[in-house]
Each structure stands twice: as structure tokens, then as C-alpha cells.
Design a protein around this ligand. Structure first.
Ligand SMILES: [Cu+2]
Length: 121
């Protein structure tokens, strides 16, 4: 009886996987939409002369990675001089670990109208 229950649970899990797998395959647009979501909340994309998201809230100890998805160079400069990236060409990245809670403003010194904010909790 117990082994039957285990078997049923395994079978049920396998069926669920199969169903969701088929559903994902049947709805490629849904799959693309999910893939377009940030894989994690530790990433800021630089695109079209803006930081996206412009404000990111993270727990203390989070390492944030900026990626330049634009076809012009940008950088990531802390307003309080806490961090500064080199100039990032297309697809280049910069990472910084935020150890202490606080609000960290930053901008692109090449295009000072580009600003962003990291809120560390
Ligand atoms: Cu810039």
C-alpha cells in the first residue's frame, strides 16, 4: 500500500512535469515572455540611454551586475564616489557588492542625465 502511494506520487509528479512541459512547448510566446523577465533581481540593464530598472531594491550583501545593452559606451558612477565602473562598451559588465543598507545613487558620467538608484535593505 505504501509503495503504491509512493508510486502514485512519483507518477503524479511526472505527469505534472509532462503537462507543464507540453504547455510551455505549446505556448512559445509565453516562454519568450518569461525569458525576457530578468533572470534575477541583481541585474541592471543599460539600454536606450537608461538604467533598467532605474530603482532596484535588494537585501544587504547583494552583488549587482550592470550590463551595457546599448550600442554606445556608458559607465556606472556612484554619486557618493562609492563605486565607479570603467567605460563599458556594448555587452560589457560591471559588478559591485552592496554590503551596507542605504540608498545608492549613480549616474553615467558620459551622459549625466542617465541616473539610477540602488536601495539596499
Ligand atoms: Cu551613458
Amino acid at each position: 500500500m505504501r509503495s503504491l502511494l509512493v508510486f502514485s506520487t512519483v507518477t503524479f509528479s511526472a505527469m505534472l512535469l509532462l503537462i507543464f512541459g507540453l504547455a510551455a512547448a505549446s505556448y512559445p510566446r509565453l516562454a519568450v515572455t518569461l525569458a525576457d523577465e530578468p533572470a534575477n533581481k541583481n541585474e541592471v540593464k543599460i539600454d536606450n540611454f537608461s538604467f533598467q530598472p532605474a530603482t532596484l531594491m535588494v537585501p544587504a550583501g547583494t552583488k549587482i551586475t550592470w550590463t551595457n545593452r546599448d550600442d554606445v559606451p556608458h559607465n556606472v558612477i556612484s554619486t557618493d564616489k562609492k563605486f565607479a565602473s570603467p567605460v563599458l562598451d556594448t555587452d560589457e559588465q560591471f559588478s559591485y557588492e552592496f554590503k551596507d543598507p542605504g540608498t545608492y545613487l549613480y549616474y553615467c558620467s558620459i551622459h549625466p542625465k542617465m541616473t539610477g538608484k540602488i536601495v539596499v535593505q
